[in-house]
Write a protein that binds this ligand. Structure first.
Ligand code: HEM
Length: 526
């Protein structure tokens, strides 16, 4: 996609200013009035067109991940997965040949706050990649952290409400967040990451990415394996911030991550990530103390090594922020042949949500926009709708037959490119949690794996957020941290007790100061 394609696709032949009907504009400074003091007339076409377009400049921001930055680049396949030929596990064409390049667009984001919020917040970071493959688009919609807060998609809207500002005060409130979390023990592992320095990546270039959910790879024979995806910033390295470092940046710059990415690409210092996969056989793995489809869990990388499959380089900034970064639409349902869904419930719930919100946020025909359109042929019988500005190749080949099947022409189904993967199901329909929840085990392991300074930060940040929460919330959280690791629970408990003592001292100091002021004020008026 070149810049021209993404600006208007309808460039004027000269630099003469026109309106949107193509009429040259000779006065762009004065509306039409009766005499030079007005009143104005209603037929001011140029003014009314200009202001009414301006009135509609914003589309709804993303309900989550509203603030983002993006860049173009390419993915280069290694043709192997670790030391094995990649075709053993997957038939997707983009991975097969060593050196094969596929264009990509990546959008990084923060999650909870709005479009212009500071990029220093403690928050997961989004890492969404669109691969424009020869078989159509593949979106890998991930985060920087490798796990998530919840495992059932039914809880997502409540979780987001609790994390976003209070509906009355419009203030973000840790008590609302921890109220939800203290009633969702499966979030303990994610909270352990988010309140450590891993909750504030230094910028977008120096962070990892992960698909979080479990997907499947399918080979030519229709055989599947379970996979998790990871982006590793081998060239830049990983860098996180302490709370104090983040606050110092935020005092001076609320755009530091966007600026860092843009400037690095402008100066030719192109960021790179290696794409790695972890592979497990496609079964329930009863030998593990967790369910491999549970997105609140890590797959231990010592048991299930990271296998390299390719690298990504980001080497071009967007030509226009709105047309590309704002209007780009990623979704977990956007897979190519050879990639498949696992039964991970969160993944299945996500897959409905993305395209649904994009039909509302960007519009019915969001896939016609250059940033979202595949670079491979598109030939459907889907037509019309708001803002349809082109017909796809299906209609161009036979404009009369906009249906299938037909004996008169029109589009025909593709030949299958390999044997279909056909998993077998036999169970009751239920509403139940998974059996192996193990909500605290990995939170404890993660706590113990942190370095001392990371643990110190984690405890300080948790105490700072929890100290304003109701005692019932504090007690539940301490019980979760204790079940994860006795030392973890003890330190949060002691920290909260100390915070209470400090608060009491502060209170009495303030009372004394207040009394002194009152006494002073009293003297003055007397
Ligand atoms: C954005 C839903 C979980 C990563 C979004 C958006 C929605 C959504 C509605 C806005 C999309 C748009 O307006 O274009 C959900 C639901 C989830 C879920 C329902 C769980 C049930 C996750 C998880 C991850 C994730 C687990 C990480 C693996 C992202 C990213 C974006 C996003 C990176 C921003 C994409 C962009 O840059 O345009 N999500 N999400 N989400 N979500 Fe999720």
């Amino acid at each position: 996609m070149d810049n021209k394609e993404t600006t208007t696709g309808n460039e004027p032949a000269s630099m003469t200013l026109t309106n949107r009907q193509g009429h040259p504009i000779s006065d762009n400074h004065n509306i039409r009035t009766v005499g030079n003091r007005g009143p104005s007339t209603l037929e001011n076409y140029h003014y009314i067109e200009k202001i009414s377009h301006f009135d509609r400049e914003r589309v709804p921001e993303r309900v989550v991940h509203a603030r983002g930055a993006g860049a173009h680049g390419y993915f280069e396949a290694y043709g192997k997965v670790g030391d094995e030929p990649v075709s053993k596990y997957i038939r997707a064409k983009l991975f097969q040949e060593a050196g094969k390049r596929t264009p990509v667009f990546v959008r990084f984001s923060t999650v909870v706050h709005g479009t212009y919020s500071p990029e220093t917040f403690r928050d997961p970071r989004g890492f969404a990649t669109k691969f424009y493959t020869e078989d159509g688009n593949w979106d890998l919609v991930g985060n920087n952290l490798k796990i998530f807060f919840i495992r059932d998609p039914l809880k997502f809207p409540d979780m987001v409400h609790a994390f976003k500002p209070d509906p009355v005060t419009n203030l973000q409130n840790p008590e609302r967040m921890f109220d939800f979390v203290s009633n969702s023990p499966e979030a303990t592992h994610m909270i352990t990451f988010v309140f450590s320095p891993w909750g504030i990546p230094a910028n977008y270039r120096q962070m990892q990415g992960s698909g979080v959910n479990t997907y499947k790879w399918v080979n030519q024979d229709g055989e599947a394996v379970l996979v998790k995806y990871h982006w590793e910033p081998v060239k830049q390295g990983i860098k996180n911030l302490t709370q104090a470092e983040a606050e110092a940046i935020q005092a001076k710059n609320v755009n530091h991550a966007t600026q860092d990415l843009y400037e690095a690409i402008e100066r030719g210092d192109y960021p790179e990530w290696e794409l790695c996969v972890q592979i497990l056989s496609d079964d329930e793995h009863p030998e593990l103390d967790f369910d491999p489809l549970d997105p609140t869990k890590l797959w231990d990388h010592e048991k299930f090594p990271f296998l390299k499959v390719g690298k990504m380089v980001l080497d071009r900034n967007p030509a226009n922020y709105f047309a590309e970064v704002e209007q780009v639409a990623f979704g977990t349902g956007v897979l190519v042949d050879g990639l498949d869904f696992s039964d991970d419930k969160l993944l299945q719930g996500r897959t409905f949500s993305y395209s649904d919100t994009q039909r509302y946020r960007v519009g019915t025909n969001y896939l016609q926009l250059p940033i979202n359109a595949p670079k491979s042929p598109v030939a459907t019988n889907q037509r019309d709708g708001q803002m349809a500005y082109m017909v796809d190749q299906g209609a161009r080949q036979n404009p009369h037959v906009n249906y299938e099947p037909s004996s008169l022409g029109g589009l025909q189904e593709a030949m299958p490119s390999g044997k279909e993967h056909q998993p077998m199901y036999h169970d009751k329909l239920v509403r139940e949690k998974i059996s192996r929840t193990n909500d605290f085990g990995q939170a404890g392991e993660t706590y113990r794996k942190f370095e001392d300074w990371e643990r110190d930060e984690l405890i300080a940040n948790l105490v700072d957020a929890l100290k304003i929460c109701a005692p019932v919330i504090q007690e539940k959280m301490i019980s979760y941290f204790t079940q994860a690791d006795a030392d973890y629970g003890r330190r949060v408990k002691e920290g909260l007790a100390q915070a209470k003592v400090d608060q009491a001292h502060l209170g009495s100091a303030e009372e004394k100061a207040g009394a002194a002021i009152a006494a002073g004020a009293g003297q003055k008026t007397d």
